[in-house]
Write a protein that binds this ligand. Structure first.
Ligand code: HH2
Length: 266
């Protein structure tokens, strides 16, 4: 099994960086993206709307004002592919025009009525992720009868919907959406079922980095910055069980862990 590709997370949100206007936010985000590229990121995932539990939505204008200078700056200085983490087709359109080649949509092209058509028209790669509810409320009381069957069925249906709309099969990747309307038990069940999800026949993207499930396992890890060990353990598990792309904040450490894992296999 080849080592998964590493997608480095770049947050272009004002709350991610201490005070300063957009120029400073953009400069800091570009520098961070270039640092992650230097550390071995195979993809850079740029997002300007936080999808953390409880996060408030951001307008398309605000998202674009944050994102476009960063995409332009990153595109000018590295050839590493850029993905845009957005639920809005108008943001995806402008991001692709500015040089992004992947649309990472946590709503799996359900957020806007023209999302599916936009994805087909753009012809870019798309990541379709499962989420129960919406970020503001999704962790209130997530419930499933059979989380694996429901997530699998959802991803299969969204891939079919995308293909019906004209997205080509090779452009689609799927993501079970760890932490998006899921308890620790749900997340663990999904992570144990990666081969079942992989059997749908699409590349699998997994985002486990610094997530609250790690704190649910190690209650001392209240600060997301203290979740590196858990993030690496999850990343190695995902790599071992079929993940094609792993979305992480700590690129250097993840790349190193994956290299050691690959060396042990050979
Ligand atoms: N998780 C977050 C955001 N986007 N996209 C995909 N495809 N999969 C994920 O699991 C995923 C995602 C939330 O991650 P987090 O690092 O907690 O937040 P932020 O994006 O603000 O860094």
């Amino acid at each position: 099994m080849p080592a998964p590709r590493v997608m480095g997370v770049v947050n272009v949100t004002p709350d991610s960086f201490s005070d300063g206007g957009h120029y400073l936010v953009a400069e800091a985000a570009i520098a961070h993206a270039l640092r992650l590229a230097g550390q071995g990121a195979d993809l850079l995932d740029l997002g300007a709307e936080s999808t953390r539990p409880g996060a408030e939505p951001v307008t398309a204008e605000e998202e674009l004002a944050r994102l476009l200078p960063v995409i332009a700056g990153v595109r000018a200085q590295t050839a590493v592919p850029i993905s845009v983490d957005t639920m809005k087709p108008e943001v995806a359109r402008a991001a692709v025009a500015a040089g992004a080649s992947v649309w990472n949509d946590v709503s799996a092209l359900r957020h806007a009525p023209d999302s599916l058509a936009a994805a087909a028209e753009l012809g870019c790669a798309v990541v379709l992720m499962h989420m129960q509810g919406e970020p503001r409320t999704m962790q209130a009381d997530p419930r499933y009868d059979d989380v694996v069957a429901e997530v699998r069925g959802f991803l299969e249906e969204r891939a079919a919907a995308a293909m019906r709309a004209g997205v080509c099969r090779q452009a689609i990747s799927l993501d079970p959406g760890i932490g998006f309307g899921k308890t620790l038990a749900h997340n663990l069940q999904l992570l144990r079922a990666l081969p079942e999800l992989k059997a749908l026949g699409f590349p699998l993207v997994l985002g486990v980095s610094r997530k609250r499930s790690i704190q649910a396992i190690d209650e001392t890890a209240t600060d997301p910055m203290d979740r590196l060990g858990g993030s690496l353990a999850f990343a190695l598990w995902c790599a071992e069980h079929g993940a094609d792309v792993i979305r992480v904040h700590d690129v250097r450490e993840t790349v190193q862990a994956l290299k050691v894992q690959a060396a042990l296999r050979t």
